[in-house]
Design a protein around this ligand. Structure first.
Ligand SMILES: [Zn+2]
Ligand SMILES: [Zn+2]
Length: 266
């Protein structure tokens, strides 16, 4: 990417995110214009196909419910129209890969797919035995560490799940961009670890390249208290460059002020 100014933000949430802010679509777009962006995608979390963890309250916080999706897409259409001469706005979703729920996810994608112009496929949950654990909050990460025993096993599990996500058959509307591929490093300052399983990482990157998928170069990690880095980093980043995988910056904004944030940070 070098010194070329980044003019696209491919990962933005919306007022429909249960764990986000109520900042309006207008606020996000106005901030994008202020940042000099030329293209953005709203990638609200896709609703889950069903409850797959026991803690329903927690799961409800992760993604909006199916009931509001019509409104979400309508609002995106409205904002696109309103700003059509100023900025390109894409309608999208951030889709969770939930191991074992591929068919259900495909069914949902077949419903929303015709409305999608862009999108992300992300891994937030890893499956350990029969349990799904969200690794991007501290308690979940620590639970995974306790169950799997070592940081290396936790990282292995994350990248193995990512590999399954990349290979999964999620139908015609499967998103082509892999969200924050190094999310497992979200607590790397609390649990320092230099992951060296180059074989697995290389397989992940190769499979992305083979399918002509893209990567979400996600700057949200810089804002997390125990991360301090972008979610394409280290050995993974070297491999991404080696294979020439397409990269799209994403702020993962849950508030308008974060749009385009840290895009000049390499
Ligand atoms: Zn979110
Ligand atoms: Zn995400």
């Amino acid at each position: 990417m070098g010194n070329k100014k980044v003019v696209r933000d491919g990962h933005i949430h919306s007022p429909y995110c249960p764990h986000g802010t109520k900042d309006t679509f207008e606020m996000y777009v106005e901030k994008a214009l202020n940042e000099g962006l030329e293209e953005i995608t709203f990638t609200e979390h896709m609703p889950f196909p069903c409850y797959f963890i026991d803690d329903k309250e927690f799961q409800d916080e992760c993604a909006p419910s199916k009931d509001v999706m019509d409104e979400y897409f309508k609002d995106v259409e409205k904002i696109k129209l309103k700003y059509k001469d100023k900025i390109k706005i894409n309608s999208g979703l951030e889709v969770d890969f939930i191991e074992g729920y591929e068919e259900e996810t495909k069914k949902l994608l077949n419903i929303y797919g015709p409305k999608l112009e862009d999108g992300l496929l992300s891994v937030h949950f890893i499956k350990i035995e029969d349990q799904y654990i969200a690794i991007d909050w501290k308690q979940g990460f620590e639970e995974a560490l306790e169950k799997l025993g070592t940081l290396e096993c936790v990282y292995d599990k994350y990248y193995e799940t990512l590999l399954k996500a990349i290979k999964a058959d999620l139908g015609d509307y499967k998103p082509r961009r892999i969200g924050h591929p190094n999310l497992i490093r979200i607590f790397n300052q609390l649990y320092p670890f230099e992951y060296k399983n180059t074989k697995l990482l290389e397989e992940v990157v190769r499979e992305i390249k083979n399918r002509n998928y893209e990567l979400d170069v996600n700057t949200a990690g810089l804002r997390k208290p125990y991360c301090g880095e972008i979610y394409v980093s280290g050995i993974f980043k070297e491999l991404v460059n080696k294979y020439g995988v397409n990269q799209v910056y994403g702020s993962d904004s849950h508030t308008a002020s974060d749009i385009g944030r840290d895009f000049d940070n390499e």
